[in-house]
Ligand binder design. Structure first.
Ligand code: PLP
Length: 268
C-alpha cells in the first residue's frame, strides 16, 4: 500500500452535500486521498438557493488551522468559500503553519468562490484584496468567467479577453497557474490554462464539448478538489488539470436529479 496522502479543504459547508466541503471530501475519498477539512462558514441552502450564510468566528477558523497544521502536514490545500474578509485573513495567517524550513512547499489550489449560482454572495466585497493575496501564493487558481472578470476587470466576452484575464491572474496577482473555466460561456465550454514559466506565461486552450444536463450543483468545487487530489498524489500540474477535467466531465455525464432543482455529480 502506498503511504496515505492528505488533502486539506478550507471551505464552506453545504448541507446538501452537492457543493462545499462535503463535496470536496467526497471527491478526495473517491480519488484515494484522505480528506481533512476546516470549515469557514455554514450555509443554509437547498438545491434551489442559498437561504443564509453564517461565517465561522474568524479566530475559530485560525485555531482549527493552527492546531491541525501543527500536527498534520497535508500534501495539498484546496481553498473554497471564505465568506468574509476576517475569515479570509485568518486563513492567510493560519497557512503560515505550512511554512517549514527544508520541506517541499505544499501546493495550494484556490477556487475563488464569489457567489452561488443563484447570485447569493459567498464572499463579501471587501475581502477581495485578501483573496487576491491568497491567489498570489497559489499553485493554481480556478475561476469561472464571472469570477475572473470581477477580479481582473477584463472583458471576457472574447477569447482574447479571457486570455488577458488569465494572464493577469498569473502576472499581476502572482498565481503560478490559472485555469479559467468556460462552463458558463455560450457554445463549447473550453477552459484556458495559463502557466507562468520564467518571466513569461504559456497559454493552452483545453477543449470541452458542452454537456447538456441542466443545472448541476457543485461542479466548481469538484473540479478544484479533483485537481488538488491529483497534486496530492504527486502528479504534475498539467496532468493533474487534465485528470480533474476528465473526472468532472464523467461526473456531469452521470449526474442524477437531487431535490427540486439541481442535479448532483455522480462520482466513481
Ligand atoms: N455553497 C458552498 C459552501 C460553496 O462552496 C459553493 C460553491 O463553491 C456553493 C454553495 C455554490 O454552488 P453552486 O455554484 O453550484 O450554486
Amino acid at each position: 500500500m502506498p503511504p496515505m496522502r492528505v488533502a486539506l479543504s478550507i471551505s464552506g459547508s453545504d448541507p446538501t452535500g452537492g457543493a462545499g466541503i462535503q463535496a470536496d471530501l467526497q471527491v478526495f475519498r473517491t480519488l484515494g486521498v484522505h480528506g481533512a477539512g476546516v470549515i469557514t462558514a455554514l450555509t443554509i441552502q437547498d438545491t434551489e438557493k442559498v437561504h443564509q450564510v453564517l461565517p465561522v468566528f474568524p479566530s475559530v477558523v485560525l485555531d482549527q488551522l493552527r492546531v491541525l497544521l501543527a500536527d498534520i502536514r497535508p500534501h495539498v490545500v484546496k481553498i473554497g468559500m471564505l465568506a468574509t474578509d476576517d475569515v479570509a485573513r485568518n486563513v492567510e495567517i493560519g497557512l503560515r503553519g505550512l511554512d517549514a524550513v527544508g520541506k517541499p512547499a505544499v501546493p495550494i489550489v484556490v477556487d475563488p468562490v464569489l457567489a452561488a449560482s443563484d447570485g447569493t454572495p459567498l464572499l463579501e466585497r471587501r475581502a477581495w484584496g485578501t483573496l487576491e493575496r491568497l491567489i498570489g501564493r497559489s499553485t493554481l487558481v480556478t475561476p469561472n468567467l464571472a469570477e475572473v472578470e470581477a477580479l481582473t476587470g477584463c472583458d471576457v466576452s472574447t477569447r482574447e479577453g479571457v486570455e488577458a484575464a488569465g494572464c493577469a491572474l498569473v502576472s499581476n496577482l502572482g498565481a503560478q497557474a490559472a485555469l479559467v473555466k468556460g462552463g458558463h460561456a455560450e457554445g463549447p465550454s473550453d477552459d484556458l490554462l495559463v502557466i507562468r514559466e520564467g518571466g513569461s506565461s504559456t497559454l493552452q486552450w483545453l477543449e470541452g464539448p458542452r454537456i447538456e444536463t441542466g443545472r448541476v450543483h457543485g461542479t466548481g468545487c469538484a473540479l478544484a478538489s479533483a485537481i488538488a487530489a491529483s497534486l496530492a498524489l504527486g502528479d504534475d500540474l498539467v496532468p493533474a488539470v487534465e485528470h480533474g477535467r476528465r473526472f468532472v466531465r464523467k461526473a456531469i455525464q452521470a449526474a442524477e436529479q437531487a431535490g427540486k432543482l439541481a442535479r448532483f455529480l455522480a462520482y466513481f
